[in-house]
Design a binder for this molecule. Structure first.
Ligand SMILES: [Zn+2]
Length: 250
């Protein structure tokens, strides 16, 4: 922790790194929302982004926390949600991934991440990344030790227009090893009039992703990442509709 005392960002991360809800749930599902928040401490000046860009999908997954909370409530399931923007450090990337602290996100350069010294990078890992993943690992360890079943599901949203291209897809189920679980979800979602796909709009990269490969697949647990298009999550009514689609399947 010595390095932290030398960073210009020292003292910026006064909020807890995550919020944990329904910790003692008996439901097998652990919901994870790595991109829940667009919060950047005021002292970091939105990392040099414009007011609007710092509120865009690059900073967080719009609507994902509301959906994750709706699912947590409907099922009484545990939810671990990040309290800081993914632009500070992406919790769904291993810390050595090139886009862990992104220099560019979609069409937006991130000025405040340019030329970061190693001390500051390590400070973000210590303050934001490590506590989140340590807590998730402990939650899983405790349940396994108690003989409880565990499933790990990341809740995300994606932008309807990416690099200028509109996306017709409405929901994607992303998976690595958990093919049977993913297929049950895809089959269940396909009962509704939805545009569903597996491993779209992204694919799980065993080396470039974090939650599914590390906390799920590597431990032999059922684990997927759900991506819902964010224009479908803009009202409370729509969020509840999506929670209604997903809750019985997860
Ligand atoms: Zn995301």
């Amino acid at each position: 922790m010595h390095a932290c005392t030398e960073s210009a960002e020292l003292g910026q991360y006064t909020e807890p790194a995550y919020t944990l809800s329904r910790e003692d749930s008996a439901h097998p599902l652990i919901l994870v929302c790595e991109h829940a928040s667009r919060f950047i401490p005021p002292g970091l000046n939105d990392l040099g982004l414009s007011h609007d860009a710092a509120r865009e999908h690059i900073a967080w997954d719009i609507g994902a926390l509301a959906l994750a909370e709706g699912l947590s409530q409907a099922l009484g399931a545990t939810l671990l949600a990040a309290n800081y923007s993914r632009l500070l450090i992406d919790l769904n990337r291993p810390p050595h991934a090139p886009d862990s602290i992104p220099l560019q996100s979609e069409i937006y350069p991130i000025p405040g991440n340019r030329d970061l010294d190693e001390v500051t990078r390590e400070y973000r890992r210590e303050c934001l990344f490590k506590p989140f993943h340590a807590r998730l690992q402990t939650l899983i360890d405790q349940r396994i030790a108690q003989g409880q079943p565990v499933r790990v599901v990341g809740i995300h949203s994606f932008t309807p227009v990416f690099h200028g291209q509109p996306r017709a897809l409405e929901v994607g189920v992303l998976f690595g090893e958990a093919r049977d679980y993913a297929q049950r979800l895809i089959d269940g979602l396909s009962q509704h009039p939805l545009k569903v796909a597996s491993n779209e709009p992204y694919k799980i990269n065993p080396l470039g992703d974090m939650t599914v490969p590390v906390h799920g697949d590597a431990r032999g647990l059922e684990s997927v990442l759900i991506e819902v298009r964010n224009d479908l999550l803009r009202t409370a009514e729509n969020v509840s509709r999506w929670a209604g689609y997903l809750a019985p399947l997860l």
